[in-house]
Design a protein around this ligand. Structure first.
Ligand SMILES: Nc1nc2c(ncn2[C@@H]2O[C@H](COP(=O)(O)OP(=O)(O)OP(=O)(O)O)[C@@H](O)[C@H]2O)c(=O)[nH]1
Ligand SMILES: [Mg+2]
Ligand SMILES: [Zn+2]
Length: 327
């Protein structure tokens, strides 16, 4: 039963190289006393109740987390996620997850529609990937930033598809001003440009890529690895939307000892946001058309926002509120 699952989901691929996950002090401190046959492993991929993991010695194992075991167990066992360190035991083919070590961090989303959803655990940095082509939307990027800030993790913004962008510097300036931080803009199909983000992917750390489907998350990983590890596919021509190509969460170890987590694209909804962000959406979208990327929509010439207020497309009340709150 388990074997047919492995084959159909392709979780274990034997040609993969050995990889020794690095464990730090934080996790070492919380390891319980191990029994005969127990081993420590980090989860690298998940499909339902089956997990790919690397042991501390660098062996690849398939782990099983059974609901039955969870019920039978006297103590509560947390459901494991990609990124978790677990204590496991068993024969070569079927290993059972006995416990999950306390986590350093959790990235989760919460909405009425989906409830609480864990995206990844034990990440040290999040890379927010949004494409800067026709599909770019500052309010969408704000949603991703808000989600990461809510989870309290450090992050970097990476804008992709620079090659499909008429004025890449304008978008970059706009983003850097809006978020008061430096951002990256790259053509992810060009290895020398992807090289530019390597310094933020430090040895021993684990990063998480989040962004809409089709923004190029898996493409970046393939470039960093120098080979096609993750499947990618073109966005739909009619609306530039992605096709949800990545369906399984997975950590990919990079050659210099950094772990990068790829997850399916996420679509964030308004209710996940602080009100201040969704409320001024109309102004922020319009601001992309202003002559100056650092336009404050006040006294600057050729300001698209002021023009929209004059035409009645943006209400005077909202504009006044924006001037008082944001500027
Ligand atoms: N021209 C251009 N195309 C890119 C760039 N980055 C990614 N693409 C293309 O965009 C498409 C989507 O890329 P993926 O890497 O599959 O996107 P993803 O974010 O992993 O999408 P999901 O797995 O669906 O969440 C692919 O056809 C890529 O070749 C870029 O910088 N420039
Ligand atoms: Mg993908
Ligand atoms: Zn303006």
């Amino acid at each position: 039963m388990i074997y047919s699952n492995i084959a159909s989901h392709g979780l274990i691929s034997m040609e993969e190289e050995k990889f020794k996950p690095e464990i730090d002090e934080f996790f070492l401190r919380s390891i319980p006393k191990l029994e005969e046959g127990d081993f420590l492993a980090r989860i690298f991929a998940q499909h339902c109740d089956l997990y790919d993991a690397y042991t501390i010695k660098g062996e690849k194992k398939l782990l099983h987390f059974s609901g039955k075991l969870k019920k039978k167990s006297s103590s509560y066992i947390m459901k494991p996620y990609v990124g978790d360190w677990v204590i496991s035991c068993g024969e070569d083919s079927i290993n059972i997850i006995k416990s999950v070590l306390p986590r350093k961090s959790v990235v989760k989303r919460f909405s009425q529609k989906y409830g609480e959803q864990v995206l990844a655990v034990n990440c040290t940095i999040v890379l927010i990937v949004n494409s800067a082509d026709k599909n770019f939307s500052i309010s969408r990027l704000k949603k991703h930033v808000a989600l990461v800030e809510k989870n309290g993790l450090p992050y970097e913004i990476i804008l992709t598809k620079k090659d499909l962008c008429e004025y890449p510097n304008n978008i970059l300036n706009n983003v850097e001003i809006n978020f008061s931080r430096k951002a990256f803009i790259i053509n992810s199909l060009d290895p020398s440009e992807v090289e530019g983000i390597k310094p933020i992917l430090k040895k021993g750390d684990t990063s998480l890529l989040i962004g809409p489907s089709g923004s190029g998350k898996s493409t970046i990983i393939n470039m960093l690895c120098g080979k096609d590890i993750m499947k990618t596919s073109a966005v739909r021509e009619k609306d530039f939307k992605g096709r949800h190509t990545t369906t399984v969460r997975r950590i990919i170890p990079l050659p210099w000892g950094h772990c990068i987590t790829d997850i399916p694209g996420i679509k964030l909804i308004e209710e996940e946001l602080p009100i201040s962000i969704s409320e001024f959406k109309a102004i922020e979208e319009k601001a992309l058309e202003c002559k100056f990327s650092n336009c404050k929509h006040h006294t600057e010439p050729d300001c698209a926002v002021k023009k929209a207020v004059e035409r009645g497309e943006i209400s005077q009340d909202l504009y006044n509120k924006w001037l008082n709150n944001i500027r």
